[in-house]
Every structure is written in structure tokens, then in C-alpha cells.
Design a protein around this ligand. Structure first.
Ligand SMILES: Nc1nc2c(c(=O)[nH]1)N[C@H]1C(S)=C(S)[C@@H](COP(=O)(O)OP(=O)(O)OC[C@H]3O[C@@H](n4cnc5c(=O)[nH]c(N)nc54)[C@H](O)[C@@H]3O)O[C@H]1N2
Ligand SMILES: Nc1nc2c(c(=O)[nH]1)N[C@H]1C(S)=C(S)[C@@H](COP(=O)(O)OP(=O)(O)OC[C@H]3O[C@@H](n4cnc5c(=O)[nH]c(N)nc54)[C@H](O)[C@@H]3O)O[C@H]1N2
Ligand code: SF4
Ligand SMILES: [Mo]
Length: 747
């Protein structure tokens, strides 16, 4: 057993706070502060602090489970793996490879995401793979690629925030979703900068703001266009920047001029004086930033909305310059890396495109297969879940709990139940694992090594601090064993570093180039920002990767992988790229492209039957579907269950008091949770967190309307009716009776 503490990173969100794990005499580990990691300087939220609780055998899976006679019963590993391989091969023989679905997660390490994508394409031969990141930041990714030619959540490190002049934070509640990051915004204000928060709710984050704009959910696109209109009208366009560094301004200008401030006020509910104030605050300082999170992105027009916010940055010269720019606050632990290395439906490692012949040749060579054997792009996450039981007959799922987290969850649950075969790898018996035919228990962050890429684009090393308990194997071991049983003996190593070495080669010359990064380097430095080509693989700087079309087919040589931090030979290591776009954007001509977009309503607007808007999101003490955090006593005590946040005026119309059970009904279903009454929300909107299954499951209600480009579902807006319900009192010893609706629905 180790006696000293092991430096590593939190298993949860994309901030990837540094922490150290110290061995306990009883055998487990405890989290101790690690002040040397610059992002959080030792600070952690409650989830990070209590993360070791999920390592306990009290709450985790301890053996494979196989369905027998309707119930999941413990089984041996060989039996479970043989069963999975046999069923997948059988289904493939009858229905073809595209009958085999694979679903991954943005919490998986780079190594796992890479291996899962390779497993789907090389072993199963299926195109039907996607992952939960589609539900997370896919609209920002699509918007970033359109405008800048590249998607890296933040094009600058968080440490730049305190030194800029103004930040507009759109639909991010980082005081709850990334608490240690709040420091950067407090420092911004201490330095004389200003913070504008755009959120329909007066969140803990909005309370920190100099200006809080509370638009109606689903109207961020109009809001951004209104601001751009005023930028033009007030003569605040940076003409030189627009001329030198962008294309498409005339169209974008015309689009913005069609959105009059008064009209924007009507659509958004944000007053014209507030719009003017925001423009002043954003334009007056030397530098400024716009950061978006799930609020504006999880909409059926998320890509256009991100485009409009980027247009605002471009028109004012607030991009591609020091301390300025647009960024997306990516969410999951490896939300960034998870979208770069091939578990996405249309993607190959290194952020390459699956339909690009040069990319296919390069990756096929690394994988030792014929490029023509690689399948084409598959379906997006919701479309894949929706197709289950149709032409997709089986699903292998790793790192997601869609029964709780997918939109229109009752339908998704029904689709999962209709599968011929479902296999789930998880650390706990999640609501989705509980539906499976086979469940495999896997190792957790503290029990294995692996890399993640934080929201800053900083590649980090998580180090193993504990020996996994008997009976548990890693996701990489599972893929190795399944590949072997399906006839692929080589190419699925179980050692994460070996997988990373291959990932380096597969990513070399790609947009997300990791070829200059090694485990040794990550252990010695506090992470390395991509792109980081290998020495000799091109000059420093992101530009080269796009200038030389040969790079895709002619991968950079590697430096051997285990040299000291500052390079092994005469060629120095590439330092990594903390700041992107300072000289040019990553588009073919080096110019950023305006989006030129027009506002449109949400897919579902309120009407007489469903007169209220529902939006959804998070609370500080629970993480995502809650599969992990709902198993931690301290977190449950802080956030025991779902609730419906509503304004006193709406509550009065319903005759509802604090804590009264409310039914929220949409065209997809009905959820019940207690009322939480607050003036900090618009009277036309209710909010529910989505962390819980069962009666209070928010995703029973949500609308799977998809963004046409990113295929992101509209988690943040749908139309509902709210009703007061009276609990039927439960007599002693009798099972729970269902709630009954009473008069008093709002219309
Ligand atoms: N505690 C906790 N932290 C987390 C997570 C977690 O589950 N729990 N998950 C992690 C992950 S994967 C992610 S993606 C991030 C998400 O981080 P955030 O994006 O900060 O989280 P959300 O609560 O989903 O949404 C943010 C805000 O958007 C607002 N909003 C709703 N509708 C709209 C709208 O139409 N327009 C605008 N402008 N705002 C709107 C909501 O009121 C909410 O306050 O958090 C990460 N961190
Ligand atoms: N209504 C509504 N719904 C939403 C959102 C919203 O804002 N509103 N947000 C969406 C967003 S942004 C996201 S990211 C999704 C997230 O939702 P999910 O995809 O459900 O994410 P998690 O709950 O983190 O699920 C991860 C699962 O993998 C397991 N796990 C953890 N680590 C590992 C590992 O290393 N290997 C394996 N095999 N399993 C592991 C966990 O125990 C858990 O069961 O939810 C989306 N759903
Ligand atoms: S903010 Fe995110 S990374 Fe940091 S401790 Fe909390 S959950 Fe972990
Ligand atoms: Mo997310």
C-alpha cells in the first residue's frame, strides 16, 4: 500500500480540480488539499471532497451481474464477458453490424473514450456510436468550429479572466456547478472589471453580477442580436478587426439590424436600457469575454445562439486578442477530451472527421486496418436512443445514465427495455444498469490512471492511488476481453499509458494534436494545453496544423514518449498552447467567420394547455443523473430530492405554499415534486433540477427537439402546465398511494 499521498484530479466536473489522495489506516483514501494546481489552489466543492465515499463497497458494484429469471444475479467475469460477446456476435450475424449500438460518456478518460471509439469501428464494425457529450456542449462545439475552425472550450486559461475588462456569463451557474471557479470572477471585480450574468433565474452566480439580465428561456439568440444591433447603432464596431481578421460581416450586420431593440425587449423581456447598459459595459474596456454554458446551448437553436454571441465578440474585436474572446464552459470531467478522440458519431481521434478520406487513412494506418473497413458517421445520441429496439438491437453503454439524463426519458427508458440485449459498464447500479442484461463493475478514478482534458483544454494526468478491490476490472480490460472474444487479439491494451501512446500517434497532425504530450510530462507539469505536436512535428503554434495539408497524411514522428519534461534531444518539446487564435484563427484562410443568424422561437412555445415555461439544470450538491452523488450521505443531506422552483405570483395563482407537491405536466409526461417559492425566477418560468429518477424526474417532461446542426436536445425550454396535487394520506402499513391532481391548474 502507498504511504504517501498521490496527486490527482477530481472525478466529477470539467474544472478538474487538483486534489491529493492520502491513504487511510483502514485501507481507503481521504482527500487532502493540493495547493499547487493553479486552477483551484486546493479549494474543492463538496462533491470533490466527498468523492472517496463512492469507492466504498457499501454503494458500488462488487461483481458482474447477469439477468436470470428476470433478476440480476452475481456471476463470474468469464461467464459475463462470454455472454456479451456471444450476444453481440449473434445479433451482428442476423442484423448486421449497425444493429450494435455503443453509447459513451464525457466522464470517461481520453484513453477510454479512444478505446471505445476504436472498439466500435474496428471490433464491432458499427457506425452506431455516440455519447452523452451530445447533450452537453455540442452546440458550442458546432458554433466554435463554424466561427473559428476549431472547438476548444476555452481558448485561454481561466487565469486570464481576472485581467479582462468585462465578462458576459450566459446561462452558467458556476457558483453551483464549478464553485472554485467563482474566485476568477471575484478577482475580476476586485480589479475593476465587471460581470454580466444572463440567466432567467437570479442564481447564486447572478447575485455576484454587476448586471443581471433575466431573459425568457429560449430567447438568448434574440438577446445577443439585440446587443449586436446596438453595437452597430452606437458606432462601436471595431472596423479594423472586422476587416483584417474576419469574413461575413455584411450579412451578420444585416441580420443584427433586423432585430430592433424594442422588438428584442418584447421577445426576451430584457428592457432596452438594460441592453444599452450591457453594451456599454462590454464595449468600454480594452478587452472583454463572452462565456456560455448550458443555458443558451441546450436549445434547439443552440448552435445559432452561440454563433450570435460569437458575432458580438467578432464585431467588437473581442476575439483572437489577449484577454478577449468567446469560450464555452464545458461540463463533464473529460467533456473536452471526450469529444476529441472518437466516441462521437462523426469523429476519429485528434478531432478528425470520419468522412474525411485523409483522416480515415491516417487513423486506419495507426489501427492497422483498411480505411475502407471503417464505417461512416452514425446517429446522434438522442436519435440513437430513439432507434433502440428498431434497427439498433443491442447497446453497450459505458459512462452514462440516460434513464435519468436523456430528454423524454420515459420514452428512452421504454426503448432501452425493448432492446434484444443491453450491457452496461458502471461503478454503481445506476437506473440504466438496472435495466441491463449484463452489468460489469468497473474501477474508478482513484483506482486507475488516465488523462482528462479540462475545460481550459489542459490535458491532465489522474494517477492511481489505490488497488482496486477484487472482482472489479477496468473499462480498458473489459474492451480488451471483449475484443479478444470477438476475434481481435491485438490493439486493445489494458495499460492506460499504452493506450495514450497510441492516441498520441492517432491524434498527430489532427486539430487536437496530443503527440507531444507524455505521461512523464504530465506528471512533471501541471497539465499541457493542446495542440501540442511532437518535436519535429511542425513549429510551435497552432497555425501550422492548418497550413500544411500534408500533415493529415504524414503524421509527426514521436519523441519516444518517456523523456524528461523539457525534451530529450536537440529539438525542444512543444510548450503546449494555452492561448489560441492570437495571430490567426484555425480556419483555412485564418479569418473568423461571422454566423449571420436570425432569431426563431423555441420548438415548443407556451399555449392555453401548457402555459408555463419549464427550464432545467443543476444544484451544487448533486452531479448529473446523481448515480454517484446520490450515494453520498453528506450530499443527500444537502440536496435530498427534486423540487419545482417558482415565483410567488405563480404560486399564488395555484394556491400553492412552500413545500406543497406540484405536478408539472408536459406533452411528454408528468412529474411531481415539492414547490420551492422564490422571487429569483421569472413568473412565467419554473425550474427543476434533473438529478433524480422516479416521480420527480425532470426529464420525463423535457422536449427532445434537436438543434439541426449539433443535434443537441432542447433541455432548457419546454411548455408545461403546473398543478397542485394533494397527497392521499397513507394509512399505517399500506403502500404509498399516488398523488391526485386537484383543481387550480394555471392557465
Ligand atoms: N453541482 C454540479 N456541478 C456540475 C454538474 C452537475 O450535475 N452538478 N454537471 C457538470 C456538467 S456535465 C455541466 S454541462 C455543467 C453545467 O453547468 P451550468 O451550465 O452552469 O449548469 P445548468 O444548471 O445546467 O445551467 C446553467 C443555468 O442556465 C440557466 N438557464 C436555463 N434556461 C436558460 C436560457 O434559456 N437562457 C439562459 N441564458 N440561461 C438559462 C439556468 O437557470 C441555470 O442557472 O456543470 C458541471 N458541474
Ligand atoms: N433536463 C436536463 N437533462 C440533462 C441536462 C440538463 O441540463 N437538463 N444536462 C445534460 C448534460 S450537460 C449531461 S453532461 C448529461 C449527463 O448525464 P449522464 O450521461 O447520465 O451522466 P452521469 O450521471 O455522470 O452518468 C455517468 C454514469 O457513468 C458512471 N461512471 C462514472 N465513471 C465511470 C467510468 O469511468 N466508467 C464507466 N463505465 N462508468 C462510469 C456513473 O456511475 C454514472 O452511472 O445530462 C444531460 N441531461
Ligand atoms: S468544482 Fe468540479 S472538479 Fe472541482 S471539486 Fe467540485 S466537482 Fe470536482
Ligand atoms: Mo454536461
Amino acid at each position: 500500500m502507498r504511504t504517501t499521498s498521490t496527486p490527482t484530479h477530481c472525478p466529477y466536473c470539467a474544472l478538474q480540480c487538483g486534489m491529493a489522495l492520502s491513504p487511510l489506516p483502514t485501507g481507503g483514501v481521504e482527500v487532502v488539499e493540493r495547493a499547487d494546481f493553479p486552477v483551484n489552489r486546493g479549494a474543492l466543492c463538496g462533491k470533490g471532497r466527498t468523492a472517496p465515499a463512492v469507492l466504498s463497497s457499501r454503494v458500488r458494484l462488487t461483481s458482474p451481474l447477469v439477468r436470470s429469471g428476470g433478476a440480476l444475479v452475481p456471476s463470474g467475469w468469464d461467464e459475463a464477458l462470454d455472454l456479451i460477446a456471444g450476444r453481440l456476435a449473434g445479433i451482428r450475424d442476423v442484423h448486421g453490424p449497425d444493429a450494435l449500438g455503443v453509447f459513451g460518456g464525457g466522464g470517461l478518460t481520453n484513453e477510454k473514450a479512444y478505446a471505445l471509439g476504436k472498439f466500435a469501428r474496428v471490433v464491432l464494425g458499427t457506425s452506431q456510436i455516440d455519447y452523452n457529450g451530445r447533450f452537453c456542449m455540442s452546440s458550442a462545439a458546432a458554433g466554435g468550429i463554424k466561427a473559428f475552425g476549431l472547438d476548444r472550450g476555452l481558448p485561454f486559461p481561466l487565469e486570464d479572466i481576472p485581467r479582462t475588462g468585462c465578462v458576459i456569463l450566459v446561462g452558467s451557474n458556476l457558483a453551483e456547478t464549478m464553485p472554485p471557479s467563482l474566485r476568477f470572477f471575484s478577482e475580476l471585480r476586485e480589479n475593476g472589471g465587471t460581470l454580466i450574468v444572463v440567466d432567467p433565474r437570479r442564481t447564486k452566480t447572478a447575485e455576484q453580477a454587476d448586471l443581471h439580465l433575466a431573459p425568457r428561456p429560449g430567447t438568448d439568440l434574440a438577446l445577443a442580436l439585440g446587443l449586436l444591433h446596438l453595437v452597430v447603432a452606437e458606432g462601436r464596431v471595431d472596423e479594423e478587426f472586422v476587416r483584417e481578421r474576419t469574413t461575413g460581416w455584411e450579412e451578420a450586420r444585416a441580420a443584427a439590424m433586423a432585430h430592433w431593440p424594442e422588438q428584442v425587449e418584447r421577445i426576451t423581456g430584457v428592457s432596452v436600457p438594460q441592453l444599452r447598459q450591457a453594451v456599454r459595459m462590454f464595449c468600454e474596456p480594452e478587452a472583454a469575454m463572452v462565456l456560455t454554458a448550458r443555458g443558451p446551448e441546450q436549445q434547439s437553436k443552440g448552435t445559432d445562439t452561440v454563433g450570435a454571441w460569437i458575432d458580438l465578440c467578432l464585431a467588437t474585436g473581442r476575439a483572437g486578442r489577449p484577454l478577449s474572446g468567446y469560450g464555452c464552459l464545458t461540463g463533464q470531467g473529460n467533456g473536452q477530451g471526450g469529444r476529441e478522440h472518437g466516441q462521437k458519431a462523426d469523429q476519429l481521434p485528434g478531432y478528425r472527421k470520419l468522412d474525411d478520406p485523409a483522416a480515415r487513412r491516417h487513423v486506419a494506418e495507426v489501427w492497422g486496418v483498411d480505411p475502407d473497413s471503417l464505417p461512416g458517421p452514425g446517429r446522434s445520441a438522442y436519435e440513437l436512443l430513439d432507434a433502440l429496439g428498431g434497427d439498433v438491437r443491442s447497446l453497450l453503454l459505458m459512462g452514462s445514465n440516460p434513464v435519468v439524463s436523456a430528454p423524454r426519458a420515459a420514452h428512452v427508458e421504454e426503448r432501452l427495455r425493448s432492446l434484444d440485449f443491453l450491457a452496461v459498464c458502471d461503478v454503481v447500479l445506476s437506473e440504466t444498469a438496472a435495466l441491463a442484461d449484463v452489468v460489469l463493475p468497473v474501477t474508478q478514478w482513484a483506482e486507475e490512471s488516465g488523462t482528462t482534458t479540462s475545460l481550459e483544454g489542459r490535458v491532465l494526468l489522474r494517477r492511481q492511488a489505490l488497488t482496486p478491490p477484487d472482482g472489479i476490472r477496468s473499462d480498458l480490460e473489459v474492451l480488451h476481453e471483449l475484443a479478444a472474444r470477438l476475434g481481435v487479439e491485438k490493439g486493445f491494451p489494458t495499460d492506460p499509458e499504452e493506450v495514450f501512446e497510441e492516441l498520441r500517434r492517432a491524434s498527430a497532425g489532427g486539430i487536437a494534436d496530443y503527440s507531444g504530450i507524455t505521461y512523464a510530462r504530465l506528471a512533471a507539469e501541471n497539465g499541457v494545453f493542446w495542440p501540442c505536436p511532437a518535436p519535429g512535428g511542425g513549429e510551435a503554434g497552432v497555425e501550422d496544423a492548418w497550413d500544411d495539408p500534408a500533415r493529415d497524411t504524414d503524421p509527426a514522428p514521436l519523441d519516444g514518449g518517456d523523456g524528461p519534461a523539457q525534451g530529450t534531444g536537440p529539438v525542444p518539446s512543444h510548450p503546449g498552447t494555452p492561448r489560441l487564435f492570437l495571430d490567426r484563427f484555425a480556419t483555412p484562410d485564418g479569418r473568423a467567420r461571422f454566423a449571420a443568424v436570425t432569431h426563431r422561437p423555441a420548438a415548443e412555445e407556451p399555449d392555453a394547455d401548457y402555459p408555463v415555461l419549464l427550464t432545467t439544470g443543476r444544484v451544487v450538491a448533486q452531479y448529473q443523473s446523481g448515480a454517484q452523488t446520490r450515494r453520498v450521505d453528506e450530499l443527500n443531506a444537502a440536496a435530498p430530492g427534486p423540487f419545482v422552483e417558482l415565483h410567488p405570483r405563480l404560486a399564488a395563482r395555484l394556491g400553492a405554499a412552500e413545500g406543497d407537491p406540484l405536478a408539472v405536466v408536459s406533452r411528454r409526461g408528468r412529474a411531481v415534486a415539492p414547490a420551492r417559492i422564490t422571487t429569483g425566477i421569472r413568473p412565467d418560468t419554473v425550474f427543476m433540477p434533473f438529478h433524480w429518477p422516479g416521480e420527480g424526474r425532470a426529464n420525463t417532461l423535457t422536449n427532445p427537439a434537436l438543434d439541426p446542426t449539433s443535434r443537441m436536445p432542447e433541455f432548457k425550454v419546454c411548455a408545461v402546465r403546473v398543478e397542485r396535487v394533494e397527497r392521499v394520506e397513507r394509512p399505517e402499513g399500506v403502500g404509498a398511494a399516488g398523488p391526485k391532481a386537484v383543481a387550480g391548474g394555471v392557465s
